[in-house]
Ligand binder design. Structure first.
Ligand code: ATP
Ligand code: MG
Length: 589
């Protein structure tokens, strides 16, 4: 391709509304353009890179035995009602109406559609296992679309869904996808870290996210440097707080004491009270809407004063992922006090709270001599013994892990870093197959629900994550496998009769016939402009043809970000092929 014939509108200035480097480079290197927040057009260079990522994804999915299909993006709401996600996923659903005022959904994901397909087509164990995938546009009404392609309203996902006869068989399908993902990201030139991920209401151990470590990532990953443990902060566990709760019973009964104006854990830890946060109980009230119900009810959540609630951990114990913090009015209705003075000591609960479910964090188990709100504005209670004085209905791990806590595997201190989630593999079980009737008859003629898994890669997010990980101050540094072009030829004199341009044309034609994806910068621009653009768009290998070196019969080869070497003009093609070959080989190892 000739630069003058394609469309590469590079930008000199950094666009003001692009906050992170990859977003800036996507715009500056003419890969995409913004239509409006969360919606982007791929320009020719960006689309070429995107197609490369997609090709790698398809090759690895095919290799793993998955079957490509293509499902409608427009979906009927009925199947979402059947699965329950019409309610639970309502926040991200784009809804549209047709001429008869019937509602339709723009698919944010496709579990419902694929499960409906399987329900109609598969009825015997002989037809299983099956894994179907597609590469398709998804629509999500994100609260905060941002960072370019990272969190868009419309994006391309590769989604796959496996169907198996048993849990054990589903585990095999899961592992195949895990391995395929590892290969996909490796081939894309991305360093990823697979981490244990939250499974929400579905529960179970089997969910991993593939994370690209990056300061700009929206996720936090807890990991251990000496062992294999790595988990999304939403899911992460540790051996517990570094300073344990007091356990020794003081022998005293709970005692109410006046704390006028004290509304925070921090205030109670100061003079004149001096109650350390680790000896306080924090009481939160949440409103929960159980699955299939229209009404919400309050629950109390107890944590150590110095711990933070991990909301992602709530869904499992609550059995619902529709919940929110209660308003001060709702809290007052049930506990008769305002935030800052709340507590769950049984003897201090008003009658209307007698049946209030109380979820306590494991770190509080056995704690004694604790202080908490008295459920009376301006008062707290001390000498609280969890076992004796609080009617805990559910114990669960609800706290957020902190840096330095001990790893449950190695016992070493944990670290936390930010990361971008590019892929997610998930063992679903039978939630969708039961709801949507995807059943098969086993060898003995018994009808059973298929055991499912689902596997997503954000293809457009992956593309941007590659740029986020592979760049320098001058621009993008594309890994060869996903570069829009692999070779850029830069003649400095582009007059058609000039020896430099004639040589450039010969090398260009020669490489192109050998199947090398080559871009010829035939613009009549100053060398400075050409080299700056070359660095910005980040083509892996540049062949520069200047008058001076050509007078010596030489051209210059420069890998992006590497050192320049001279090559004899007549060897240029061979040297380029050799370089590509080596790049290929080093990638394979
Ligand atoms: P996130 O936590 O980032 O919102 P998710 O858990 O909603 O992601 P999944 O439903 O598992 O994501 O989707 C699979 C993949 O699709 C994700 O791993 C991510 O790479 C990509 N993805 C999800 N939402 C978006 C979005 N709004 N824009 C671009 N890519 C996205
Ligand atoms: Mg999301």
């Amino acid at each position: 391709m000739r630069w003058s014939q394609t469309f590469i509108p590079t930008l000199k200035e950094t666009p003001a509304d692009a906050e992170i480097v990859s977003h800036q480079l996507l715009l500056r290197a003419a890969l995409v353009r913004k239509l409006t927040g969360g919606l982007y057009t791929f320009l020719p260079l960006g689309l070429r890179a995107l197609r490369k990522v997609e090709r790698i994804v398809r090759e690895e999915m095919d290799r793993a035995g998955a079957l490509e299909v293509f499902m409608p993006a427009l979906q009927p709401p009925e199947i979402w009602q059947q699965s329950g996600r019409y309610v639970t996923a309502r926040e991200v659903l784009y809804k549209v109406r047709d001429r008869a005022d019937k509602e339709w959904l723009l698919g944010p994901t496709h579990e419902e559609v694929i499960t409906s397909l399987v329900a109609g087509e598969i009825n015997s164990y002989r037809q299983l296992p099956k894994n179907f995938y597609q590469v398709q546009t998804k629509f999500r009404d994100e609260i905060r679309p941002r960072f370019g392609l990272m969190r868009a309203k419309e994006f391309i996902m590769k989604d796959a869904y496996s169907f198996d006869v048993t849990d054990q068989a589903a585990q095999v399908s899961y592992q195949k996808m895990y391995d395929a993902y590892t290969r996909i990201f490796q081939r894309c030139g991305l360093r990823t870290l697979p981490v244990e991920a939250d499974t929400g209401v579905i529960g179970g151990k089997f969910s991993h996210e593939f994370m690209v470590p990056a300061e700009t990532g929206e996720n936090e990953v807890v990991y251990c440097e000496t062992g294999p443990y790595a988990a999304n902060l939403e899911k992460a566990v540790s051996q517990g707080p570094l300073t344990p709760c007091p356990l020794a019973d003081t022998g005293h009964e709970p005692e109410r004491f006046a704390t006028p104006g004290v509304l925070t854990i921090e205030a109670l830890s100061q003079a004149p009270y001096h109650v350390p946060a680790s000896a306080q109980i924090k009481t939160l009230v949440y409103m929960v809407k159980p699955f299939g119900s229209e009404d919400s009810h309050p629950v109390a959540i107890l944590l150590r004063g110095d711990d933070q609630l991990n909301e992602a951990k709530l869904a499992g114990p609550l059995g619902s992922n529709v919940f929110r913090p209660a308003t001060p009015e709702e809290i007052f209705l049930v506990l008769g006090a305002h935030p800052g003075s709340l507590g769950a000591v049984a003897s201090r609960l008003p009658t209307q709270a007698a049946a209030l479910p109380v979820f306590a964090d494991e770190a509080l188990r056995g704690a004694a001599g604790m202080t908490t709100g008295a459920n009376e504005d301006g008062y707290h209670v001390r000498h609280v013994n969890l076992t004796r004085d609080v009617r805990v209905t559910h114990w669960a791990d609800l706290r957020t892990v902190r840096v330095g806590e001990r790893c449950v595997v190695s016992g070493q201190p944990l670290k936390i870093r930010r990361a971008i989630e590019v892929g997610h593999v998930f063992k679903l079980g039978t939630k969708y197959s039961e709801a949507l009737n995807a059943r098969y008859l086993d060898e003995t003629g018994v009808s059973r629900p298929c055991v499912m898994g689902c596997y997503g890669i954000g293809v457009t997010r992956t593309l941007q994550a590659i740029v986020e990980q592979s760049n320098d101050k001058d621009g993008v540094r594309w890994p060869v496998a996903v570069a829009p072009y692999t070779v850029l030829i830069t003649p400095l004199n582009v007059a058609p009769e000039s020896p430099g341009m004639q040589l450039a044309e010969r090398i260009y034609a020669d490489l192109a016939t050998r199947g090398v994806e080559v871009l010829l910068d035939d613009r009549d621009e100053r060398p400075g402009v050409k080299f700056k653009d070359a660095d910005l768009i980040g083509i892996p290998l540049r062949v520069s043809i200047g008058e001076k070196s050509l007078a010596r019969g030489e051209v210059e080869l420069k890998p992006r970000g590497g050192a320049m070497t001279a090559a004899k003009a007549e060897d240029a093609v061979a040297r380029v092929l050799e370089w590509l070959h080596e790049a290929e080989a080093s990638r394979a190892t």
